[in-house]
Design a protein around this ligand. Structure first.
Ligand code: PLP
Length: 319
């Protein structure tokens, strides 16, 4: 298998220039005191459409050839990838069809439609979304862009960590949320190139630790759709592509519980005045959990997104 390299991350960054935001890096004295470390939050909750996924989607779509552009793009997603594809497609003048679970958060569904994507719904507990997509691709000539299992997608996702290292310099540890592994594998490519000694940690919801099991056993583990508030990381398995990079370049996979994620959301809202979605809190939750191991370090934490229904947010934050 031909794995993407850091050069692909650089090429993606060139395509994303003036298209994606260079998101801010925030620090908090309270956090530094709590962890006894110097923590840099890479705030992808302030990215266009509210998550890092715009990076991978735009990078992939900007590489379409004329016949792919004409056929349009197809995506399946529980939310952020759908919005990312819809927005990137609109910017590039490409038609987008999005296959989404019926129970996707209302805000995410509305936003996807708002960006101009055509939405097709399915039941995530009984239907196979990949089969539905294959059928649409075959019949209508659309090009499927998966949420993580694609070299251009993961190279695009790696541009966030690249910006972080370029802005703050080398780090001792980097924490990034883990679903299917596009963000983590891209981040790891950037880390290995720009901060070779940095420990890279992927963080999954405790209820769905397939990536951790895969990492520790050395082969991809499949699980049922996990029930967790981290809806951006309800993936069932890594892909051969992301797993190959993760095995080679990532140091460990950690987990965080739903209650830890809620504590982090509360902290970000109350103390740092920002909205981070549950999945976006995975990295910080894990850093808190292993704070004894990262004492005195310079630590990067990718806050991957900020898309959460306000009604849902209120439910989650009400004790
Ligand atoms: C998709 C997503 C993730 C997980 O990314 P992968 O590339 O699938 O590992 C994490 N956080 C948010 C906010 C996401 O939308």
């Amino acid at each position: 298998m031909n794995l993407p390299t850091y050069d692909d991350v650089i090429a993606a960054a060139d395509r994303l220039e003036n298209q994606a935001h260079q998101t801010p890096v925030f620090t908090s004295r309270t956090v530094n005191e709590e962890l006894g470390a110097e923590v840099f939050f890479k705030c992808e909750n302030f990215q266009r459409m509210g998550a890092f996924k715009f990076r991978g989607a735009f990078n992939a779509l900007s590489r379409f050839d004329p016949s792919q552009r004409k056929g349009g793009v197809l995506a399946f997603s529980s939310g952020n990838h759908a919005q990312a594809i819809s927005l990137a497609a609109r910017i590039l003048g490409i038609a987008a069809t999005i296959v989404m679970p019926q129970d996707a958060p209302a805000a995410k569904m509305a936003a996807t439609k708002g960006y101009g994507g055509q939405v097709v719904l399915y039941d995530r507990y009984t239907e196979d979304r990949e089969a539905i997509c294959r059928k649409l691709a075959d019949e209508k000539g659309m090009t499927l862009i998966p949420p993580y299992d694609h070299p251009d997608v993961l190279a695009g996702q790696g541009t966030a960590a690249r910006e972080l290292f370029n802005e703050v310099g080398e780090l001792d540890s980097l924490f990034a949320p883990l679903g299917g592994g596009g963000l983590l594998s891209g981040s790891a490519l950037a880390a290995r190139a720009l901060s070779p000694a940095c420990k890279v940690y992927g963080v999954e919801p405790e209820a769905g630790n397939d990536g951790q099991q895969s990492f520790r056993t050395g082969s991809i583990v499949h699980i049922d759709t996990p029930r967790t508030i981290a809806d951006g990381a309800q993936t069932q398995h890594l892909s051969p592509l992301t797993f190959a990079i993760i095995r080679r370049d990532v140091d460990d996979i950690l987990t965080a519980s739903d209650s830890e994620l809620i504590e982090c959301m509360r902290f970000f809202a109350a103390r740092m005045k920002m909205l981070v979605e549950p999945t976006g809190c995975l990295g910080f939750a894990a850093a808190r959990r292993i704070k004894d191991q990262i004492k005195g370090q310079r630590v990067g934490v990718v806050l991957s997104g900020g898309n959460v229904d306000l009604t849902r947010l209120c439910e989650l934050l009400t004790p």
